[in-house]
Design a protein around this ligand. Sequence first.
Ligand code: DQA
Length: 148
Amino acid sequence: MTDTHNVLVLNGPNLNMLGVREPKVYGSETLESIETSCQRIANRLDISVLFKQSNIEGTLVSWIQEARETQDAIIINAGAFTHTSIAILDALQLVEVPVIELHLSNIFAREEFRHHSYISPCATGVICGFGAAGYELALEATKRLLDN
Ligand code: DQA
């Protein structure tokens, strides 16, 4: 008997512009096509994915709070809020489900201000530098985490 796991995949500011935004850094896939791949992978892994994006910090905080009741894990690419947002850290800490931090680019190979993440202290794991494939890796890692 297996219960289907619910996983929230949350995307922060400017990720709606993937495809046109600095393709050398972030690749040429759009967020829409990443969502389509996530849904395909979710089917294969037998998990349910809720995929969301907002440019607004408070909206992300509210969605994280809501996840407390409905989701078994959160995969989050918080974009630039990664490096600035104590509010998102606080929300992730109160939600009490595993958090997987995700970045398309390798933030440690970039500007120094991207090396610090407010999210990492509450993340079970961090995936960065694999481009859009990172979403697939994060879903697979989350599935293993929830199955164990
Ligand atoms: C990002 C890295 C952040 O530093 C940046 O502000 C983003 C995207 C990434 O996916 O590589 O918006 O989170």
